[in-house]
Each structure stands twice: as structure tokens, then as C-alpha cells.
Design a protein around this ligand. Structure first.
Ligand SMILES: C[S@@+](CC[C@H](N)C(=O)[O-])C[C@H]1O[C@@H](n2cnc3c(N)ncnc32)[C@H](O)[C@@H]1O
Length: 256
């Protein structure tokens, strides 16, 4: 058995995360950088390190799962999403939204703000999930640096956040309370159902092709007919028809 195979098998036992589903080159590259940073000579040495040290293990998960995100990431796509929500709000109550792979919460709170300002009051619910328990803790706290809130326009900033300290912005409680964060592994756990809009952005790109297909099928199953799947700007579904989807707007797919 190769060192890499041994690592992924043990990693799965320790963390529940199955690295076999992720792009191998990318995972190997990230593991190498991580190993060198913490001065382990070999992959088995690193494995021994994360077996003994829970904090290091958590840090390793974080390095491998890539948590880069931002408020209103790709703003022009959020405008399209706003139009979809406006349309749904006319016919459907409640509208159920899900940010799958929400990382530290920026996407979920952006979605909460959009729903709050687009849909009739109390006619929507918002789920937000991630594989990584650490990022979910940050998301639940809802406290961000000035750098992190850069993507929020000047008019919206004081409406969404209160300043806490010189460099910190806290999501206002009435927004924070609308988001239900939970830990969810897209590769293992049962999916929510009857969802009207799913954001699964910049998550599929890390999976191998076979896994990507399985996750897309599961996401489609989670959607209500007519529901919308919103992907990241480098993600596209080849042959959406075979999943029962129609590609309506570059990164937006509607379930038939
Ligand atoms: C690059 S971030 C994307 C965050 C946000 N969706 C955005 O586009 O800004 C990718 C997120 O996917 C999560 N992720 C990776 N594998 C996952 C899985 N199997 N199930 C759920 N989330 C996963 C990572 O933990 C990470 O927080």
C-alpha cells in the first residue's frame, strides 16, 4: 500500500472524511505543503502527528478542505439570484433555501440578507451546512474582519452588521438568527428535502468526476420541481438534461 493510500484510509477513520473523492493531485499538493510547514519528513510521520494531536488534525482538515469564501462572491450572479427569489416569492410559501458548503458563513449571511430584502417577511427559511465543524463555529459566531466584509456595499454594511471593536463586524442578531447552520457531509449524510434554492458553489470543483455526478444527483433530489441550483463561477454541469435540469442562466440550473 502506498503512503498516500495508507494516509487516506487512516484519515477517514480519524475524521470521517473520505479523501478518495477529492482531486488526488490537489490533495497531495496540499498535504505536502502542510507536512513541510509542520516539519514532518514523510507522510507516515505526518499521519503519526495528526493521530496524536487533535488540534493539528483539525488544522489539517482545514488545509485540505479549502475554506476560501466571501460575502456576495461574484456580485453579478447575486443579481440573477435576486430575480429568481423575487419570482418565487410571488407564488410560493415558504421558500426553502440551502447554502451547501457554506464555509465560514459569508455566503449564508449574504443569502439571508437577499431573502430578507426580496421575499415577504417570514416566508422563507435558510439552511447552511459544511463538512468542517471549525468553520461552522466561525459561521455561527457571525463576526468578521473589515477585510472580510469588503464585498458588502457601503449602504448595506451598516444594515447587516454592527461594529464590535475597531476592526470587527458582527452580523446583526435578527439576521444571524434566521440561518440554521448544521454539519453535513455531501458525500455521506442524508440531504435535506423540499428545497427551492440550493447554493453549492465552489465545492464540486474539488471532487473527482464520479463523485461530482453523485453529488449533483443528490442535490437535484433535494430540490422541489422548479427549484434552482446555483453553482460557482468555474463549475458547469455537462449534460444537465440527464439530471433533470435545465441550464437557464450560466450558473443557474432549474429542476424540471
Ligand atoms: C471554497 S469553500 C466555498 C464556500 C462558499 N460556498 C463560496 O463559494 O464562497 C468550499 C467549502 O466546501 C466544504 N466542503 C468540502 N467538502 C465537503 C463535503 N464533502 N461536504 C460538505 N462540504 C464540503 C469545505 O469545508 C469548504 O468550506
Amino acid at each position: 500500500m502506498t503512503d498516500f493510500k495508507q494516509f487516506t484510509e487512516r484519515f477517514k477513520m480519524l475524521t470521517g472524511i473520505d479523501l478518495e473523492h477529492y482531486n488526488k493531485n490537489q490533495i497531495q499538493r496540499r498535504l505536502n505543503v502542510f507536512r513541510q510547514k509542520y516539519q514532518f519528513h514523510t507522510l507516515p510521520d505526518l499521519l503519526a502527528g495528526i493521530e496524536k494531536n487533535a488540534a493539528l488534525r483539525q488544522e489539517c482538515i482545514r488545509r485540505l478542505t479549502i475554506n476560501v469564501t466571501g460575502f456576495f462572491r461574484d456580485p453579478e450572479h447575486w443579481q440573477v439570484l435576486k430575480n429568481y427569489l423575487r419570482e418565487m416569492g410571488k407564488y410560493q410559501v415558504p421558500v426553502r433555501l440551502w447554502s451547501a458548503g457554506c464555509a465560514t458563513g459569508e455566503e449564508a449571511y449574504s443569502l439571508a440578507w437577499l431573502a430578507m430584502t426580496t421575499l415577504p417577511k417570514n416566508t422563507w427559511e435558510l439552511l447552511a451546512s459544511d463538512l468542517d465543524a471549525d468553520v461552522l463555529n466561525t459561521a455561527r459566531a457571525g463576526v468578521y474582519t473589515a477585510k472580510a466584509v469588503k464585498g458588502v456595499d457601503a449602504k448595506t454594511l451598516p444594515l447587516m452588521f454592527q461594529r464590535t471593536g475597531s476592526d470587527l463586524y458582527s452580523v446583526k442578531p435578527h439576521i444571524r438568527e434566521r440561518v440554521r447552520f448544521f454539519r453535513h457531509d455531501l458525500l455521506r449524510d442524508q440531504y435535506p428535502f423540499h428545497v427551492d434554492v440550493i447554493l453549492c458553489r465552489n465545492v464540486l470543483i474539488y471532487f473527482i468526476e464520479k463523485t461530482k455526478k453523485k453529488v449533483i444527483s443528490n442535490l437535484v433530489q433535494a430540490l422541489n420541481p422548479g427549484g434552482i441550483l446555483f453553482l460557482g463561477s468555474s463549475e458547469q454541469i455537462i449534460g444537465p438534461d440527464k439530471y433533470g435540469l435545465v441550464n437557464e442562466n450560466v450558473f443557474f440550473y432549474r429542476k424540471k
